[in-house]
Design a protein around this ligand. Structure first.
Ligand code: NAD
Length: 489
């Protein structure tokens, strides 16, 4: 069993808690660790350490602060295997998926290495005779991030490198379902020799989150998770006067036009819908075929679903692992059951999956639900499992109204060989990330991780220049230095 500790003020600390949550390997059922569900008192210790570290940290020149990130990048590369194995063990995705997740984390560390350039200000001379005006970006102070379970290694890095390179001090609260990855990463952070209190780790669930939302020294909060919790975080943190951004859930559509390269489209849509067992916020979860695309796409998708190799993510050749827990498996299977009773056709049924040698695993095989009604539960709810719903319409207009009729706006994709329809889709689709012949339109670290409508609450996003803007506040200075005041030399 891995011992889960907090990391506060440069030291590993065992929190004194009454409650723990078991962390089980979703493929084997083996209990790997127990997450301490920390109290506001533990958060208080971390917030105090971060607040004490802040004045000296912000005075270190940005070009010296980023040297710690360069060191971290190489440590993360060196320990990529260990981190990726840990992600697979606690989260269920395949080893290759875990490695890909960490590539994106490392990419964010690299991009934040450019903070000395990115956080520079602006200056205008002579806004009136002899008067200049300048804008400087200063850090906020103590900032915190609250993370979901599905990318335990990547999501903290949408924020952490930018926050500290901009001169803030920082607290991370990982998902209580997957606390192990951050234990491994914080061992590397410990090796950096950062001043004490610059980066802190507090484990726990709702109580720890509420303590973050209410703590007076915490100035900026980023959150990633489900929409209901995102909305709660956004309103409570904002009511407490904090800067906040909250990324929420998703229900991502893909349109398939008859002129699409069907082989490419089915392969990519299968990777999107079933990759990470459908537990990606950018997973395609419903496909709308237009006109003649229907039969060929349905047949090829069913083949792709049936042929996906499901098993333990550390075993060679496995293409899809389990969902996060038996209760998640149960929830996904119940949604499939209710969809069938509401009239959907279960073309490929992933329920009641048992994988030999992993009988306690939370496996759901890829599932295809055809003839999905647009107002049904399965068409509107985020399932967060390997389930793809299919709908059919006759025109692009109808397809676009379906896309824009949902409540979420994380991602919308289109498969076509028509440039003008692609342009129209990019222009009109009501979502923050758009894929054209792409199934997972995940923004690179130097673009904002966008998201609209119920998928995002706030203004500035994570990654790239948005993160720099989020983790800094602008100060404007107007100054006059009359000539007469200067001594004559
Ligand atoms: P979740 O909302 O259950 O939990 C996220 C975090 O919130 C955890 O740290 C948890 O401790 C905390 N939390 C949960 N309930 C809370 C409550 N009532 N009060 C205060 N804090 C609470 O999300 P999850 O199940 O861990 O992650 C999956 C969800 O995250 C999906 O909806 C997925 O779409 C979303 N997600 C979104 C993005 C994005 O970029 N938009 C990225 C990844 C995941």
């Amino acid at each position: 069993m891995m011992k889960i500790l907090n990391y506060i003020n440069g030291a590993w600390i065992e929190p004194k808690v009454k409650e723990y949550l078991d962390v089980a390997n979703p493929a084997t059922g083996e209990v790997l660790a127990r997450t301490p569900l920390c109290s506001p008192a533990d958060l208080e210790t971390a917030a105090r350490a971060a607040a004490e570290a802040y004045p000296a940290w912000r005075r270190i020149p940005a070009q010296d602060r980023v040297q710690y990130l360069f060191k971290l990048k190489f440590l993360m590369e060196e320990h990529l295997d260990e981190i990726s194995r840990t992600i697979t063990m606690e989260c269920g995705k395949t080893y290759e998926e875990s490695k890909a997740e960490m590539r994106r984390a490392i990419e964010n560390v690299e991009v934040a290495g450019g903070i000395p350039m990115m956080m520079k200000g602006e200056l205008a001379e002579d806004i009136a005779p002899g008067i200049d005006e300048l804008m400087i970006r200063q850090p906020l102070g103590v900032c915190a991030t609250i993370c979901p379970f599905n990318f335990p290694g990547m999501i903290p890095f949408w924020y952490l490198p930018y926050a500290i390179a901009c001169g803030n001090t920082y607290i991370i609260k990982p998902s209580e379902k997957v606390p192990m990855t951050m234990q491994v990463i914080f061992k590397l952070i410990h090796e950096l020799g950062l001043p004490k209190g610059v980066i802190n780790l507090v484990n726990g669930g709702k109580e720890a989150v509420d303590a973050i939302l209410d703590h007076p020294v915490i100035r900026g909060i980023t959150f990633v998770g489900s929409s209901a919790v995102a909305k709660y975080i956004y309103s409570r943190a904002a009511a407490n006067g904090k800067r906040v951004q909250a990324q929420g859930g998703a229900k991502n559509p893909v349109l398939i036009l008859p002129d699409a390269d069907m082989e490419m489209a089915t392969k990519i849509v299968a990777d999107s819908a079933f990759g990470c067992a459908g537990q990606r916020c950018l997973a395609v979860s419903w496909a709308v075929t237009v006109g003649e695309a229907r039969d060929e796409f349905t047949e090829m998708m069913c083949d792709a679903a049936q042929n996906r190799v499901v098993g333990y993510g550390l075993d060679a050749g496995v293409q899809m692992g389990p969902v996060i827990s038996p209760s998640s498996k149960n929830r996904v299977e119940q949604i499939i059951g209710r969809a069938a009773s509401e009239g959907a056709t279960v073309c490929v049924d992933g329920r009641n999956t048992v994988i030999k040698g992993y009988e306690k695993g939370a496996f759901v095989r890829p599932t295809i639900l055809a003839n999905l009604k647009s107002d049904s539960e399965a068409a509107r709810t985020e399932i967060f499992g390997p389930v793809l719903g299919l709908m059919h319409v006759n025109t692009v207009d109808d397809a676009l109204s379906l896309v824009n009729g949902g409540q979420y706006g994380n991602q919308a994709s289109l498969f076509t060989s028509s440039g003008s329809i692609a342009r129209r889709f990019r222009y009109e689709a009501d979502a923050g990330n758009i894929g054209i012949n792409i199934g997972v339109a995940a923004p690179m670290a130097f673009f904002p991780f966008s998201g609209w409508r119920e998928s995002f609450f706030g203004d500035l996003h994570g990654q790239g220049t948005d993160a720099v803007e989020f983790f800094t506040q602008k100060k404007v200075v107007v100054e006059r230095w009359p000539k007469e005041w200067s001594r004559k030399f």
